[in-house]
Design a protein around this ligand. Sequence first.
Ligand code: ZN
Length: 360
Amino acid sequence: MGKLSKSAAKFQRQKFGASKNVAKSSKSVEKRVAKDPADDRRDQSQGARAEDDGDTLYGIFKSPNIKNVQFGIDKCFPTWYGSTVYFDRRTMKLGIYHDTPSGVASPAKKKTELDTFWLDTLYVCEYCFKYTAERDPFLGHVKCCTFKHRSPGRIKYKSPEYTIRRVKGFKHQLFCQNLCLFTKLYLDNKSMYFKVEHYDFYILYQTGLHKPMAFFSKELISYSQNNLACILTFPPYQRKRLGSLLIEFSYKLSQADGIVSGPELPLSPFGLVGYLKYWSRVICWHMVNGVFADLDGATLEELSTVTGLRINDLITTLKYLQCVGPDNKIYLSVLRNWLTATENRSFKFQIEDEFLLVND
Ligand SMILES: [Zn+2]
Protein backbone atom coordinates (compact mmCIF):
# COMPACT_ATOMS: atom_id res chain seq x y z
CA MET A 1 0.00 0.00 0.00
CA GLY A 2 3.09 2.21 0.04
CA LYS A 3 2.59 2.89 -3.66
CA LEU A 4 -1.08 3.38 -3.20
CA SER A 5 -1.13 7.12 -3.14
CA LYS A 6 0.63 7.46 -6.48
CA SER A 7 -1.28 4.59 -8.01
CA ALA A 8 -4.64 5.73 -6.77
CA ALA A 9 -3.94 9.22 -8.04
CA LYS A 10 -3.25 7.73 -11.44
CA PHE A 11 -6.41 5.68 -11.09
CA GLN A 12 -8.26 8.85 -10.27
CA ARG A 13 -7.08 10.47 -13.49
CA GLN A 14 -7.84 7.40 -15.56
CA LYS A 15 -11.20 6.52 -14.10
CA PHE A 16 -13.31 9.22 -15.65
CA GLY A 17 -11.81 8.61 -19.06
CA ALA A 18 -12.33 4.88 -18.68
CA SER A 19 -15.97 5.42 -17.81
CA LYS A 20 -16.51 7.51 -20.89
CA ASN A 21 -14.84 4.84 -23.04
CA VAL A 22 -17.04 2.15 -21.58
CA ALA A 23 -20.13 4.24 -22.26
CA LYS A 24 -19.05 4.58 -25.87
CA SER A 25 -18.21 0.91 -26.36
CA SER A 26 -21.44 -0.34 -24.80
CA LYS A 27 -23.40 1.80 -27.24
CA SER A 28 -21.52 0.34 -30.19
CA VAL A 29 -22.25 -3.19 -28.93
CA GLU A 30 -25.94 -2.31 -28.81
CA LYS A 31 -25.73 -1.23 -32.41
CA ARG A 32 -23.95 -4.40 -33.49
CA VAL A 33 -26.50 -6.77 -31.96
CA ALA A 34 -29.54 -4.83 -33.12
CA LYS A 35 -31.20 -7.00 -35.78
CA ASP A 36 -34.34 -4.98 -36.30
CA PRO A 37 -33.92 -1.37 -37.43
CA ALA A 38 -36.81 -0.50 -35.12
CA ASP A 39 -34.80 -1.87 -32.18
CA ASP A 40 -31.87 0.16 -33.36
CA ARG A 41 -33.97 3.30 -33.29
CA ARG A 42 -35.25 2.43 -29.83
CA ASP A 43 -31.68 2.05 -28.60
CA GLN A 44 -30.91 5.44 -29.99
CA SER A 45 -33.81 7.02 -28.10
CA GLN A 46 -32.98 9.57 -25.44
CA GLY A 47 -34.29 7.37 -22.61
CA ALA A 48 -32.23 4.32 -23.52
CA ARG A 49 -29.09 6.39 -23.90
CA ALA A 50 -29.63 8.22 -20.65
CA GLU A 51 -30.11 5.01 -18.68
CA ASP A 52 -27.10 3.29 -20.20
CA ASP A 53 -24.82 6.29 -19.82
CA GLY A 54 -26.07 6.93 -16.30
CA ASP A 55 -25.50 3.41 -15.01
CA THR A 56 -22.11 3.17 -16.68
CA LEU A 57 -20.98 6.63 -15.72
CA TYR A 58 -21.96 6.15 -12.08
CA GLY A 59 -20.58 2.60 -11.93
CA ILE A 60 -23.90 1.02 -11.00
CA PHE A 61 -23.79 -2.78 -11.19
CA LYS A 62 -26.73 -5.15 -10.89
CA SER A 63 -25.60 -7.09 -7.80
CA PRO A 64 -22.80 -6.94 -5.21
CA ASN A 65 -19.52 -7.79 -6.97
CA ILE A 66 -17.20 -7.41 -3.95
CA LYS A 67 -18.09 -9.98 -1.31
CA ASN A 68 -16.70 -8.40 1.87
CA VAL A 69 -15.03 -5.25 3.06
CA GLN A 70 -12.33 -5.48 5.71
CA PHE A 71 -12.72 -2.03 7.26
CA GLY A 72 -9.80 -1.40 9.56
CA ILE A 73 -8.24 -4.31 11.45
CA ASP A 74 -11.30 -5.52 13.34
CA LYS A 75 -14.36 -4.94 11.18
CA CYS A 76 -15.45 -7.11 8.26
CA PHE A 77 -18.89 -6.94 6.65
CA PRO A 78 -20.55 -7.66 3.30
CA THR A 79 -21.24 -5.04 0.67
CA TRP A 80 -24.83 -4.09 -0.15
CA TYR A 81 -24.58 -2.95 -3.76
CA GLY A 82 -22.50 -3.71 -6.81
CA SER A 83 -20.16 -1.09 -8.18
CA THR A 84 -17.71 -1.07 -11.02
CA VAL A 85 -15.84 2.03 -9.94
CA TYR A 86 -13.03 0.22 -8.12
CA PHE A 87 -12.19 -1.75 -11.23
CA ASP A 88 -10.57 -1.30 -14.56
CA ARG A 89 -13.41 -2.58 -16.75
CA ARG A 90 -11.05 -4.02 -19.36
CA THR A 91 -9.05 -6.17 -16.95
CA MET A 92 -11.54 -6.51 -14.06
CA LYS A 93 -8.64 -5.63 -11.75
CA LEU A 94 -8.66 -3.07 -9.01
CA GLY A 95 -7.72 0.32 -10.37
CA ILE A 96 -4.70 0.47 -8.10
CA TYR A 97 -3.08 -2.37 -10.02
CA HIS A 98 -2.39 -0.15 -13.00
CA ASP A 99 1.07 0.21 -11.47
CA THR A 100 1.65 -3.49 -10.79
CA PRO A 101 5.22 -4.23 -11.92
CA SER A 102 5.27 -6.24 -15.14
CA GLY A 103 5.42 -9.98 -14.62
CA VAL A 104 3.69 -9.83 -11.22
CA ALA A 105 0.20 -11.24 -11.38
CA SER A 106 -2.58 -9.26 -9.81
CA PRO A 107 -4.36 -11.03 -6.93
CA ALA A 108 -7.67 -9.95 -8.42
CA LYS A 109 -8.58 -12.76 -10.79
CA LYS A 110 -9.79 -12.05 -14.28
CA LYS A 111 -13.49 -12.55 -14.14
CA THR A 112 -16.47 -11.84 -16.28
CA GLU A 113 -19.57 -9.97 -15.29
CA LEU A 114 -21.35 -13.30 -15.13
CA ASP A 115 -19.39 -14.25 -12.02
CA THR A 116 -21.06 -13.36 -8.75
CA PHE A 117 -18.04 -11.70 -7.18
CA TRP A 118 -15.14 -10.02 -8.85
CA LEU A 119 -13.27 -9.80 -5.57
CA ASP A 120 -13.61 -11.69 -2.30
CA THR A 121 -12.30 -9.06 0.12
CA LEU A 122 -11.55 -5.40 -0.37
CA TYR A 123 -9.29 -4.04 2.37
CA VAL A 124 -10.17 -0.44 3.21
CA CYS A 125 -8.36 1.81 5.67
CA GLU A 126 -10.92 3.11 8.16
CA TYR A 127 -9.02 6.38 8.57
CA CYS A 128 -8.35 7.45 4.97
CA PHE A 129 -10.35 4.97 2.78
CA LYS A 130 -7.31 3.88 0.77
CA TYR A 131 -7.85 0.35 -0.47
CA THR A 132 -6.15 -2.77 -1.70
CA ALA A 133 -6.98 -6.40 -2.50
CA GLU A 134 -4.07 -7.72 -0.40
CA ARG A 135 -3.94 -8.21 3.35
CA ASP A 136 -0.22 -7.61 3.99
CA PRO A 137 0.09 -4.21 2.31
CA PHE A 138 -3.13 -3.26 4.08
CA LEU A 139 -1.70 -4.16 7.50
CA GLY A 140 1.47 -2.25 6.65
CA HIS A 141 -0.51 0.84 5.70
CA VAL A 142 -2.72 0.80 8.79
CA LYS A 143 0.40 0.91 10.99
CA CYS A 144 1.56 4.15 9.47
CA CYS A 145 -1.56 5.84 8.07
CA THR A 146 -1.05 9.57 8.49
CA PHE A 147 -4.77 10.14 9.20
CA LYS A 148 -4.65 7.85 12.21
CA HIS A 149 -3.62 10.72 14.45
CA ARG A 150 -4.64 13.72 12.35
CA SER A 151 -7.93 13.94 10.50
CA PRO A 152 -8.22 16.19 7.46
CA GLY A 153 -10.31 19.35 7.25
CA ARG A 154 -11.53 22.03 9.61
CA ILE A 155 -13.71 21.49 12.68
CA LYS A 156 -17.23 22.89 12.22
CA TYR A 157 -18.88 21.29 15.24
CA LYS A 158 -17.34 19.94 18.41
CA SER A 159 -19.38 18.69 21.35
CA PRO A 160 -18.01 16.43 24.09
CA GLU A 161 -19.45 13.53 22.08
CA TYR A 162 -19.16 14.35 18.37
CA THR A 163 -16.92 16.30 16.02
CA ILE A 164 -17.86 17.28 12.47
CA ARG A 165 -15.07 18.34 10.11
CA ARG A 166 -15.45 20.05 6.75
CA VAL A 167 -13.11 18.54 4.18
CA LYS A 168 -12.83 20.46 0.94
CA GLY A 169 -12.89 18.21 -2.10
CA PHE A 170 -10.39 20.28 -4.05
CA LYS A 171 -7.91 20.28 -1.16
CA HIS A 172 -8.13 16.60 -0.21
CA GLN A 173 -8.96 14.99 -3.56
CA LEU A 174 -7.62 11.52 -2.84
CA PHE A 175 -9.31 11.22 0.56
CA CYS A 176 -12.65 12.44 -0.85
CA GLN A 177 -12.53 10.25 -3.92
CA ASN A 178 -11.68 7.13 -1.92
CA LEU A 179 -14.52 8.01 0.45
CA CYS A 180 -16.90 8.29 -2.52
CA LEU A 181 -15.78 4.97 -4.00
CA PHE A 182 -16.44 3.26 -0.66
CA THR A 183 -19.83 4.94 -0.38
CA LYS A 184 -21.00 3.38 -3.63
CA LEU A 185 -20.88 -0.08 -2.04
CA TYR A 186 -23.61 1.01 0.41
CA LEU A 187 -25.81 3.41 -1.54
CA ASP A 188 -28.13 2.45 -4.37
CA ASN A 189 -28.37 5.82 -6.05
CA LYS A 190 -26.29 7.66 -8.60
CA SER A 191 -23.92 9.04 -6.01
CA MET A 192 -20.99 10.96 -7.35
CA TYR A 193 -17.40 9.71 -7.22
CA PHE A 194 -15.69 12.08 -9.62
CA LYS A 195 -15.42 15.87 -9.70
CA VAL A 196 -14.98 15.83 -5.92
CA GLU A 197 -13.53 19.34 -6.13
CA HIS A 198 -17.09 20.63 -6.64
CA TYR A 199 -18.11 19.46 -3.17
CA ASP A 200 -17.46 19.92 0.52
CA PHE A 201 -17.56 16.79 2.65
CA TYR A 202 -18.72 16.91 6.27
CA ILE A 203 -17.26 13.97 8.18
CA LEU A 204 -18.52 12.86 11.58
CA TYR A 205 -16.11 11.55 14.22
CA GLN A 206 -16.41 10.66 17.84
CA THR A 207 -14.68 13.54 19.61
CA GLY A 208 -11.05 12.67 20.28
CA LEU A 209 -10.98 9.81 17.75
CA HIS A 210 -10.06 9.78 14.07
CA LYS A 211 -12.30 7.10 12.57
CA PRO A 212 -14.95 8.54 10.23
CA MET A 213 -18.39 7.22 11.24
CA ALA A 214 -20.68 8.99 8.75
CA PHE A 215 -20.58 11.83 6.26
CA PHE A 216 -22.54 13.96 3.85
CA SER A 217 -21.47 15.89 0.80
CA LYS A 218 -22.64 19.35 -0.19
CA GLU A 219 -22.30 20.98 -3.58
CA LEU A 220 -20.28 24.20 -3.51
CA ILE A 221 -22.59 25.87 -6.01
CA SER A 222 -26.12 24.54 -5.90
CA TYR A 223 -28.61 26.34 -8.12
CA SER A 224 -31.45 24.68 -6.18
CA GLN A 225 -29.82 25.80 -2.92
CA ASN A 226 -29.53 22.20 -1.71
CA ASN A 227 -27.82 21.71 1.62
CA LEU A 228 -26.94 18.03 1.09
CA ALA A 229 -26.09 15.88 -1.93
CA CYS A 230 -25.29 12.44 -0.51
CA ILE A 231 -25.31 11.00 3.02
CA LEU A 232 -24.14 7.71 4.49
CA THR A 233 -23.54 6.25 7.93
CA PHE A 234 -20.90 3.56 7.56
CA PRO A 235 -22.18 0.05 8.41
CA PRO A 236 -20.41 -0.38 11.80
CA TYR A 237 -21.96 2.83 13.12
CA GLN A 238 -25.56 2.52 12.01
CA ARG A 239 -28.58 2.68 14.34
CA LYS A 240 -26.99 5.40 16.47
CA ARG A 241 -29.03 8.26 14.94
CA LEU A 242 -25.90 9.64 13.29
CA GLY A 243 -27.74 10.20 10.00
CA SER A 244 -30.34 12.43 11.61
CA LEU A 245 -27.57 14.26 13.49
CA LEU A 246 -25.89 15.09 10.17
CA ILE A 247 -29.19 16.06 8.54
CA GLU A 248 -29.82 18.42 11.44
CA PHE A 249 -26.34 19.86 11.01
CA SER A 250 -26.96 20.40 7.27
CA TYR A 251 -29.92 22.60 8.19
CA LYS A 252 -27.72 24.54 10.64
CA LEU A 253 -25.39 25.31 7.73
CA SER A 254 -28.22 26.68 5.58
CA GLN A 255 -29.58 28.56 8.59
CA ALA A 256 -26.16 30.20 8.94
CA ASP A 257 -26.38 31.13 5.23
CA GLY A 258 -29.86 32.55 5.84
CA ILE A 259 -31.59 30.25 3.36
CA VAL A 260 -34.46 27.80 3.40
CA SER A 261 -33.00 24.59 2.05
CA GLY A 262 -33.15 20.84 1.74
CA PRO A 263 -31.49 17.78 0.22
CA GLU A 264 -30.87 17.18 -3.46
CA LEU A 265 -33.90 15.53 -5.05
CA PRO A 266 -34.98 12.92 -5.89
CA LEU A 267 -34.09 11.07 -2.72
CA SER A 268 -33.28 7.36 -2.78
CA PRO A 269 -35.95 5.16 -1.11
CA PHE A 270 -33.77 4.87 2.02
CA GLY A 271 -33.03 8.58 1.95
CA LEU A 272 -36.72 9.44 1.74
CA VAL A 273 -37.52 7.27 4.77
CA GLY A 274 -34.78 8.97 6.80
CA TYR A 275 -35.85 12.45 5.79
CA LEU A 276 -39.57 11.83 6.38
CA LYS A 277 -38.73 10.68 9.89
CA TYR A 278 -36.58 13.73 10.54
CA TRP A 279 -38.97 16.25 8.94
CA SER A 280 -41.96 14.76 10.85
CA ARG A 281 -40.17 15.16 14.16
CA VAL A 282 -39.09 18.72 13.41
CA ILE A 283 -42.56 19.83 12.30
CA CYS A 284 -44.21 18.19 15.30
CA TRP A 285 -41.70 19.64 17.72
CA HIS A 286 -42.30 23.18 16.47
CA MET A 287 -46.06 22.68 16.47
CA VAL A 288 -46.21 21.18 19.92
CA ASN A 289 -43.26 22.67 21.82
CA GLY A 290 -42.07 25.58 19.71
CA VAL A 291 -43.46 28.94 18.69
CA PHE A 292 -46.70 27.42 17.34
CA ALA A 293 -47.52 25.56 20.56
CA ASP A 294 -50.20 28.00 21.70
CA LEU A 295 -51.59 28.80 18.27
CA ASP A 296 -54.49 27.18 16.47
CA GLY A 297 -52.57 26.69 13.27
CA ALA A 298 -49.83 27.92 10.98
CA THR A 299 -49.42 28.58 7.30
CA LEU A 300 -46.88 26.64 5.25
CA GLU A 301 -44.85 29.83 4.77
CA GLU A 302 -44.67 30.42 8.53
CA LEU A 303 -43.74 26.81 9.13
CA SER A 304 -41.05 27.01 6.46
CA THR A 305 -39.53 30.16 7.94
CA VAL A 306 -39.38 28.71 11.45
CA THR A 307 -38.15 25.22 10.55
CA GLY A 308 -35.89 26.12 7.60
CA LEU A 309 -37.59 23.33 5.58
CA ARG A 310 -38.66 23.95 1.98
CA ILE A 311 -42.40 24.23 1.38
CA ASN A 312 -42.44 21.20 -0.95
CA ASP A 313 -40.68 19.09 1.68
CA LEU A 314 -43.21 20.30 4.28
CA ILE A 315 -46.11 19.30 2.03
CA THR A 316 -44.56 15.85 1.40
CA THR A 317 -44.23 15.32 5.15
CA LEU A 318 -47.68 16.60 6.09
CA LYS A 319 -49.23 14.32 3.48
CA TYR A 320 -47.19 11.42 4.86
CA LEU A 321 -48.55 12.23 8.33
CA GLN A 322 -52.05 12.47 6.85
CA CYS A 323 -52.76 15.74 8.57
CA VAL A 324 -53.66 17.99 5.65
CA GLY A 325 -57.37 18.43 4.99
CA PRO A 326 -58.99 18.92 1.57
CA ASP A 327 -58.95 22.68 2.27
CA ASN A 328 -55.13 22.44 2.76
CA LYS A 329 -55.59 23.14 6.45
CA ILE A 330 -53.06 21.51 8.77
CA TYR A 331 -54.75 19.52 11.51
CA LEU A 332 -52.72 20.15 14.63
CA SER A 333 -54.64 17.56 16.63
CA VAL A 334 -53.41 14.83 14.24
CA LEU A 335 -49.84 16.05 14.64
CA ARG A 336 -50.12 16.07 18.42
CA ASN A 337 -51.65 12.60 18.45
CA TRP A 338 -48.87 11.29 16.21
CA LEU A 339 -46.28 12.77 18.49
CA THR A 340 -47.70 11.38 21.72
CA ALA A 341 -48.50 7.97 20.22
CA THR A 342 -44.93 7.29 19.15
CA GLU A 343 -41.49 7.37 20.66
CA ASN A 344 -41.15 10.80 19.06
CA ARG A 345 -42.58 12.47 22.13
CA SER A 346 -39.07 12.17 23.57
CA PHE A 347 -37.53 13.67 20.42
CA LYS A 348 -34.65 15.99 21.16
CA PHE A 349 -32.53 17.95 18.76
CA GLN A 350 -29.03 16.50 18.71
CA ILE A 351 -26.99 19.48 17.57
CA GLU A 352 -26.29 21.98 20.31
CA ASP A 353 -25.81 25.53 19.07
CA GLU A 354 -23.09 26.29 21.62
CA PHE A 355 -20.77 23.78 19.94
CA LEU A 356 -21.27 25.06 16.39
CA LEU A 357 -18.26 26.57 14.64
CA VAL A 358 -19.90 27.13 11.27
CA ASN A 359 -18.87 30.78 10.94
CA ASP A 360 -15.15 30.15 11.48
ZN1 ZN B 1 -5.14 5.14 5.85
